[in-house]
Design a protein around this ligand. Structure first.
Ligand code: GCV
Length: 720
């Protein structure tokens, strides 16, 4: 009865989809768009493009009936109808003629015992295969898990939406296996229970308001769909600066409603927790991780959570960091703290993400040997092997804090017997806060591809975090997303490319930035070549543009480090305990992190990487000031002096930011007016801000160094 109702509902939605299509297929001007659909617009293909998919089967068969599988079929029927103007009919497995067959491999084998995947399908991997079944042409979407089937459906829909390899959709040819690079592909949200989001620029929380879970969780469900479409399988819903109240039994009951809307999309919910919880809200007089009462408290808490949320993912812990309570209170280590929680989660299959972002923010800046960059390695490398198997050390991509450019954290190579995950920041805290265009995939690709030369062998960071190098049971990718209630999720339509790109890289870090932006642009704006080429080029240039008018040569973002992390504020990043960025004075600039004369940070890398950074001759210009203190007149590999490079970079960067306006204007009439105008206004604003940055940094450094700009621009009134 239930399934008949379900079938009718699907068919109704498909019929409605077709009716809707007929309406939108009539020639009308480009429709206004809010960005709420993200890259899942699935707009109607032109009749010519739709013809290429004529061979797509007419029916669909679902093998199994889990919520995730049902979602997969529903998504397929609805979106294919929207794009192709025809509705797949639901059939049962007894009549699988000319059908898209969805199901796990085990169920598929019951139907077609002879069909074997060309390789072992890992969890979440999928196989799209054209096959003759019971004498008729079918298309199989199969996987070893339900979630893999859903991912296969999204992959198929994405191909249709992008018009990818039309020939490949020929039913006789399609045969494609895709496997995720790592099991962990999660996002973190830094949402507070009052509804605000720390470092969020897309409106208030989609989960919480006024200290409670929202009554209407429609957006949370839509977010899970967006995440699932790019293979993200977990979401931590609250700020790592965690409110202890999140673990109150009454609150867990509320949180379970969020898990309910995630579940059909295969997204596991997890929580950030305060290590002090057993004491702060749990009624104990201690939170010492080695106290048996504390262990018992965590065990009971985990049992309670799993009673309500059977597919709960686990906990994220920020401890002994930026004022958070931590094991140091009792002279215990991060391993003691992580393990007590991990053991409570273990019987249920949960994991602990323990963040390596542990540092002293009261560092004595007078001591030139002190260096915040050293903290993660100093704290965690000595504990390698001491963490339980369901603990994952979550390591920010660089050793400081999501600056516009940092080297890869040496800790990636410093853990051999411990699981790790890379933490990337999708929300643009230090990279323009979604008000400046900054496509971060090229930056993340550099870090993931960085060769750590482990034991003298080439070893990219992506393999270390995936656990491939030291054969770890788990590991992967975490992105700090911070979407909010704004219709377009991140506050800016173009910023969504970073969320899309994070998911795609977490699935396959070997994808190029060019491929990712091409996919995203086609899905988000359609197939007009001018639109695709223009937006792709702007996005691909944007990180370098932003870097060049903020903090080139590895100096860090040079932003207001004690305040909003947005405006220029180079003085604020010196002479305080939060860490030193550039040590600029009248004679020179840069942090000496060498082994020979500096803080010794470079010594944390494997020997071949040390050689790269320790010598001025080898150190790449773009990280020079991160590793070395040099006179302003020091000549770069390019031949330019440091000071002249800084002046030129800021002027060129501001000009390139201004050029974005003209580039965008070429798209007028090629995309919907709403997004066209919204984004144009953003570029106009960014161009002005780039001039503010240029003038602030150039004036500051001119006053410090006293060295004039060869081209006579600095120190004169702003030109525009
Ligand atoms: C959630 C930086 C940010 C903080 C953030 C912290 C972290 O310091 O400015 O807002 O806190 O990183 O990653 O824990």
């Amino acid at each position: 009865m239930k399934s008949a109702r379900y079938t009718r509902a699907i068919m109704r939605s498909a019929v409605l989809g077709v009716a809707f299509l007929r309406l939108v297929a009539m020639p009308t001007p480009a429709a206004a768009e809010t960005g709420a659909e993200a890259w899942l617009r699935y707009s109607a293909l032109s009749p010519q493009a739709a013809r290429a998919y004529e061979k797509l089967p007419r029916n669909t068969v679902l093998l199994g009936e889990s919520p995730v599988l049902k979602t997969a079929q529903q998504e397929l029927i609805r979106d294919a109808a929207q794009m192709l103007g025809r509705s797949l009919r639901i059939r049962t497995s007894s009549s699988p003629q000319n059908a898209v067959i969805l199901g796990k491999l085990t169920d598929l084998h019951a139907l077609v015992p002879t069909l074997h995947a060309p390789q072992d399908l890992r969890a979440d991997g999928y196989w799209l295969k054209a096959a003759k079944i019971h004498g008729s042409e079918c298309l199989v979407v199969t996987a070893s898990t339900d979630r893999g089937v859903l991912y296969g459906v999204f992959a198929l829909l994405s191909k249709i939406a992008r018009g990818e390899s039309l020939a490949a959709i020929d039913i006789k040819d399609i045969d494609e296996v895709q496997q995720p690079y790592a099991p962990i592909r999660w996002v973190n949200q830094w949402d507070n229970l009052d509804g605000r989001i720390e470092r969020g620029y897309g409106g208030p929380s989609i989960f919480f308001t006024d200290g409670n879970v929202r009554s209407d969780l429609t957006r949370a469900g839509q977010y899970a769909r967006v995440l699932a479409s790019i293979g993200i399988n977990g979401c931590t819903i609250n700020n790592v600066n965690a409110a202890p109240g999140i673990l109150a039994d009454s609150f867990i009951a509320q949180v379970s409603r969020i898990a309910d809307v995630f579940r059909p999309w295969g997204v596991q919910l997890s929580l950030s927790v305060d290590l002090g919880s057993p004491k702060v809200m749990g009624g104990l007089d201690t939170f010492d991780p080695l106290d048996p009462r504390v262990a018992e408290w965590w065990r009971k808490k985990a049992d309670e959570i799993y009673r309500r949320i059977p597919d709960f993912g686990g906990f994220v812990v920020k401890a002994d960091s930026e004022g958070r309570l931590g094991p140091s209170t009792y002279g215990r280590t991060p391993a003691d703290a992580a393990n007590v929680i991990a053991r409570a989660l273990k019987p249920h299959g949960g994991v602990v993400f323990y963040r390596a972002f542990v540092y002293n923010h009261h560092l004595d800046w007078h001591d030139l040997k002190n260096d915040r960059a050293k903290a993660a390695y100093d704290n965690f490398h000595p504990l390698d092997g001491a963490f339980d198997d369901n603990v994952i050390i979550q390591i920010k991509n660089g050793p400081i804090d999501f600056q516009v450019r940092e080297p890869a954290s040496p800790l990636f190579a410093g853990l051999r017997r411990t699981n790790e995950a890379i933490e990337l920041q999708i929300t643009q805290e230090y990279t323009g806060q979604q008000r400046h265009l900054c496509f971060l995939i090229p930056m993340w690709k550099e870090v993931l591809g960085f060769d750590m030369h482990v034991d003298g062998n080439p070893v990219p960071v992506r393999d270390l975090v995936a656990g491939n190098v030291f054969h770890r049971p788990t590991g992967g990718f975490v992105g700090v997303a911070n979407v909010g209630m704004d219709a377009n999720w991140l506050g800016s339509p173009l910023a969504m490319a970073n969320l899309y790109g994070f998911g795609r890289l977490a699935w396959d870090p070997n994808l190029t930035a060019e491929k990712i932006i091409d996919e995203w642009t086609r899905l988000t704006f359609g197939s007009d070549p001018l639109v695709n080429q223009t937006i792709a080029a702007m996005q691909l240039n944007s990180w370098h543009v932003y870097e060049s008018y903020t903090g080139p040569l590895g100096a860090g973002t040079l932003t207001n480090i004690l305040g909003n992390h947005y405006d220029p504020g180079p003085e604020s990043s010196e002479e305080n305990g939060w860490g030193q960025w550039h040590r600029a004075d009248h004679a020179g600039i840069g942090m000496d992190r060498t082994i020979a004369t500096g803080t010794g940070f470079i010594g944390q890398y494997p020997p071949d990487v040390q050689k790269l950074y320790e010598s001025l001759a080898n150190c790449p210009d773009n990280l020079l000031l991160f590793f070395h203190h040099v006179p302003y007149t020091y000549a770069l590999h390019s031949g330019k002096t440091v000071i002249q490079h800084i002046y030129d970079s800021h002027y060129e960067g501001a000009k390139r930011a201004h050029d974005f306006i003209a580039q965008w204007r070429t798209l007028e009439g090629h995309i919907d007016d709403e997004r066209y105008r919204d984004i144009l206004a953003r570029f106009e604003y960014q161009a002005g801000e780039a001039v503010v940055w240029r003038d602030a940094i150039c004036t500051w450094i001119y006053r410090l160094s006293g060295i004039p700009d060869d081209k006579g621009r600095v120190g004169t009134p702003p030109s525009h």
